[in-house]
Every structure is written in structure tokens, then in C-alpha cells.
Write a protein that binds this ligand. Structure first.
Ligand code: ATP
Ligand code: MG
Length: 263
């Protein structure tokens, strides 16, 4: 089905978002939207707030100010009668069920097998019957090329294999939004490709909205339709990958890309 996205709420909307750690302002009045089905890559120097943005969407960090909307629904705070109110834990947990995240450091449960890692959240959070969760987990393991590893423990796997399990685990929740934070940065160069190939396949075969932080510029070019350049917690420039990577407007973007692309 081809969706008419013109009438829909964006998948993610940041409205006047502030985030500070103590006196340190990381995000200052940040506004941006990610439409349904978009694949948006965030680029920018270390410390510019990219991970913080993803962690706020995942509710792993608390907003200091402003609002985040998921599918038009407020995530943690809402404006009611002119007042900014914090929403109940139960509400944010409901909204968060639609979001999956894959981290740089895999974050698998080391004492559980691969298949137990994958079915954990579907069974305990979504209340999917265990047999159904196992069937789905096997399909996903097949998709990420690890059908023979369901009974292995994470530490018996290579980094690339662990990361593919982490991707399968995120997909097992059937997320509408997938957040990817430098998912290949902890991997040896020769196995980066196998993980990116799995993600390219996810991008090709699903309509999941993706918000991606990566230093893999070719991957960003292949999968994303928009690139946002961040610096010091604000958007410096926004463009298609073709434009951003070949003829960026801003000097800060040019300097950053020259540094990461090494030319
Ligand atoms: N839990 C925390 N406590 C204090 N400061 C934090 C915390 N998390 C992040 N910061 C600070 O917030 C700023 C933004 O960090 P963030 O991790 O979002 O950057 P980033 O763009 O992801 O950088 P990198 O490219 O190195 O991953 C940094 O200055 C960082 O030191
Ligand atoms: Mg980061």
C-alpha cells in the first residue's frame, strides 16, 4: 500500500527541545521533524548532541524543556492549559513501544541465548505468546543471516554477529521507528559491511522510519533521504545526501566532511 503521507502527523517532532546536563546546555530550542518512512541521518562533530537526541526519543534521557511528539502524540510532556505537564510513566511506555534502538555497544543480555534475547521484549512487554514470538524470532534470525545461532550466547559471537542479533531484537518489537546510533563504530573494519548490508535490506524491505547516526557516509548516502548537520546542539544545515555530501552550503559542514572523509 502506498501511504498518503501528506495528511499524517510526522513520526517524530521535536518542538523547542532543551537538554542540559547541569549547566551544560547540549540542545537549545531544537526544532525538527522526521516524517513517516523517512530515513534521516544526523551528522556532526563529537559532542554535538546526536546521541542525546536519540536517547531522548528512546526516553533514556529526560527533557529539560520543550516537547517531543511521536505520531502526533506527546512522548513525555505536553502543553495543557498553557502549562507544561509531565505525562505518566504508563503513557510514555505505551508510546515507546513503537520505537526500537540499536546501540554502538550491542547491549545484549549476556546470560541469555540469542533467541531469548530476541523474544524477551515481545513476550514481556507486548505480551506476544511465546511460541509466536519464537517463530518470529527465527524469521528475523534468518533475515540477519544467523539462523544457526539461536542457542548461542552473545559472547560466543563475533561483534558483527552480536550487532545483527541486536538488530533482530529491535525488529522483533515491530517498531514504527528505528534509532541507530553508530552501530558499526565498535566493529572491526572487515565486519562493518555485513551489518550495514543487513540494515540496507531493512531499509529496502520495510517502511520503518529511521533516524540514523553514522560516520559511514556511503551508507548514509545509500539509505537516507535527508541529512541533518548538527553542531553545538543546533541544525547547521539540512539537505538531501546528494547535496550534503557533494555541495554543502555551510562552511562548518564542509570542514566537518573534509575531516571525516579525510580529504
Ligand atoms: N549523562 C551525561 N552527563 C553529562 N553530560 C553528558 C551526558 N551525556 C552527554 N553529555 C554531554 O552532552 C554533549 C553531547 O553528547 P552526545 O553524546 O549527545 O554527543 P554526540 O554528538 O553523540 O558525540 P559523539 O559523536 O562523540 O558520539 C557532550 O558534551 C557530552 O559530554
Ligand atoms: Mg554519540
Amino acid at each position: 500500500m502506498v501511504r498518503d503521507t501528506s495528511q499524517e502527523e510526522p513520526a517524530i517532532r521535536f518542538q523547542d527541545v532543551n537538554k542540559s546536563f547541569g549547566d551544560h546546555v547540549v540542545l537549545d530550542q531544537l526544532n525538527f521533524t522526521v516524517n513517516k518512512g523517512d530515513r534521516v541521518t544526523l551528522i556532526g562533530p563529537s559532542g554535538s548532541g546526536k546521541t542525546t537526541i536519540l536517547r531522548l526519543v528512546m526516553t533514556l534521557e529526560e527533557l529539560t524543556g520543550g516537547y517531543i511528539f511521536i505520531d502526533g502524540q506527546p512522548l513525555t510532556h505536553d502543553l495543557r492549559d498553557g502549562r507544561r505537564v509531565e505525562l505518566k510513566e504508563k503513557h510514555r511506555n505505551e508510546v515507546r513501544k513503537r520505537i526500537g534502538m540499536v546501540f554502538q555497544q550491542f547491549n545484549l543480555f549476556p546470560n541469555m541465548t540469542v533467541i531469548e534475547n530476541i523474544i524477551e521484549a515481545p513476550v514481556h512487554v507486548l505480551k506476544v505468546p511465546k511460541s509466536q514470538a519464537i517463530t518470529r524470532a527465527r524469521e528475523l534470525l534468518d533475515k540477519v543471516g544467523l539462523a544457526d545461532k539461536e542457542h548461542a550466547h552473545p559472547l560466543e559471537l563475533s561483534g558483527g554477529q552480536q550487532q545483527r542479533v541486536a538488530i533482530a531484537r529491535a525488529l522483533a518489537m515491530d517498531p514504527e521507528i528505528l534509532l541507530l546510533d553508530e552501530v558499526t563504530s565498535a566493529l572491526d573494519p572487515e565486519i562493518v559491511g555485513e551489518v550495514l548490508e543487513v540494515l540496507r535490506e531493512v531499509a529496502r524491505t520495510t517502511d520503518i522510519t529511521m533516524l540514523i547516526v553514522t560516520h559511514e557516509m556511503q551508507f548514509a548516502r545509500d539509505v537516507s533521504n535527508r541529512v541533518l548537520m548538527f553542531d553545538s546542539g543546533s541544525i547547521v544545515e539540512e539537505a538531501s545526501p546528494e547535496v550534503m555530501f557533494t555541495q554543502p552550503t555551510e562552511q562548518r559542514t564542509r570542514d566537518f566532511l573534509a575531516a571525516v572523509l579525510g580529504d
